[in-house]
Write a protein that binds this ligand. Structure first.
Ligand code: LRH
Ligand code: MN
Ligand code: MN
Length: 428
């Protein structure tokens, strides 16, 4: 197994923090035991929870307005995989990577698969890209892709999605995520129904190319890049798509793709109830599709989403894919992704601590105060020692960010990888 972080540095950093962690873990264990919870059971569940890292997240992405590259930006997919491996080595929470085609240029698929194996990484859902034009492509997506009025443009978008499935097959992926930017900017520009019909028809061709053991995830987003109407704008449309397409089609919820204050946890519950929750793109936002670190703005909302997921654990066919989707300018992307991976695990751990029997009793008795307090009681527990212990027991870092800095990884790769310029727009 290739290792990116020096094991001596990792051991020394863990050594510094081991005694304090033991003490904090034992104290928390005593507290949870009084509630009838065995801390080691929670730690084991947390240790088994993984979230995929987006390959596009390890570059200094930035916003749609500008990129301000940092040192040691990955030059291609192999460098990106190494950066993803750092995240997993230290957090032990990110065993898979989600690729984006053609942002990730892949010439030799078996070499890439082997590289993943040697780093201990697998490949999660493939992401297609028909929201940008690529150099040399025959038809422009300026007026849409899978829903374009022109059949040849739609076919080009279909072919691209099928190519993503083919690449994914060679890498061991089992899902395709489709997000399109199609929509309109002015009232009257597009016929809502005919446009959606074209989209559905095109998606049926993509669906037909899915292997039996694959799933297809469609991702809704309220607006942007289209500012008047968007073809797949909300979970309702998304649900219709999943139903129209068939049993391998599911809805993907990107937390940043909703209007402010929308009750996302309730959307999650609805999709679970009707068997169509496919997965998540975790991130956080204040205003729109901000792609900020998960849990950095509203950790309570993230906890409420996980509360629904834990509530549904064990439901037949319930197996949502968990992925991060973030990209920003002002932090080291590896640090931000580690923080997000830690935060999703934190929300999961807190949700595991909810007294579900008490909660459902209070719900049945219409005791709004105690029901709400039952949830908040779990949210208020500092589960940090559980997260740190899960990492340490799996060979990761008690403090991933401090260890990453001590290892000097960014400085090392900055010396090896040529600097890139900040010109050009960021990703959407
Ligand atoms: C669209 C989106 C989608 C893309 C990614 C780069 O805003 O969330 O998931 O594939 O960003
Ligand atoms: Mn997304
Ligand atoms: Mn997005």
């Amino acid at each position: 197994m290739e290792r990116m972080i020096d094991s001596d540095v990792l051991a020394a950093e863990n050594e510094k923090r081991a005694t304090a962690l033991e003490q904090d873990y034992n104290t928390l264990g005593e507290r949870l035991a009084r509630q009838g919870i065995a801390i080691d059971d929670v730690t084991a569940k947390v240790a088994g929870y993984g979230v995929a890292v987006p390959s596009w997240g390890v570059g200094t992405g930035g916003t749609r307005f500008a990129r301000f590259p940092g040192g040691g930006e990955p030059r291609g997919i192999f460098d990106k995989l190494e950066d993803c491996a750092v995240i997993h080595e230290l957090t032990r929470a990110t065993p898979t990577v989600s690729l984006h085609i053609p942002w990730d240029k892949v010439d030799d698929l078996s070499e890439l698969r082997q590289k993943g194996e040697s780093l201990g990484l697998g490949f999660d859902a493939m992401n297609s890209n028909t929201f940008q034009d690529q150099p040399g492509q025959d038809h422009s997506y300026k007026y849409g892709s899978l829903s374009h009025t022109d059949a040849a443009t739609r076919q080009q978008a279909i072919d691209h999605n099928i190519e993503c499935i083919e690449i994914g097959k060679a890498l061991g992926s089992k899902a395709l995520t489709v997000w399109i930017g199609d929509g309109s900017n002015f009232p009257g520009q597009s016929h809502f129904t005919r446009q959606f019909e074209r989209y559905l028809e095109a998606m049926k061709s993509v669906y037909a190319a899915l292997p039996d053991d694959w799933r297809i995830f469609t991702e809704h987003k309220i607006f942007e890049p289209a500012f008047y109407s968007t073809v797949v704008q909300d979970w309702g449309t998304n649900y219709l798509i999943a139903r129209e397409l068939g049993p391998k089609a599911f809805c993907l919820v990107d937390l940043g793709h909703h209007a402010p204050n929308v009750n996302i946890e309730m959307i999650v519950a609805r999709l679970i109830q009707f068997g169509k929750l496919g997965g998540f793109h975790f991130n956080d936002s204040k205003y729109g599709d901000d792609d900020l670190d998960t849990g950095s703005i509203d950790p309570f909302r993230l906890f409420l989403v996980f509360n629904e997921l834990v509530d549904a654990e064990g439901t037949e066919g319930f197996d949502p894919a968990h992925m991060l989707d973030q990209s920003h300018n002002v932090t080291d992307p590896i640090e931000s992704l580690m923080r997000s991976a830690i935060e999703v695990r934190r929300a999961y751990a807190q949700a595991l601590l909810v007294d579900r029997a008490a909660l459902s009793g209070y719900q049945d008795e219409n005791d709004a105060m105690m029901a709400s307090e039952t949830l908040k009681d779990a949210f208020r527990i500092d589960v940090g020692p559980i997260l740190a212990m899960a990492r340490r027991q799996a060979g990761g870092a008690i403090d991933p960010i401090a260890t990453y800095r001590a290892a000097g990884y960014r400085q090392k790769v900055a010396g090896e990888r040529p600097a890139v310029t900040g010109a050009g727009g960021g990703i959407v």
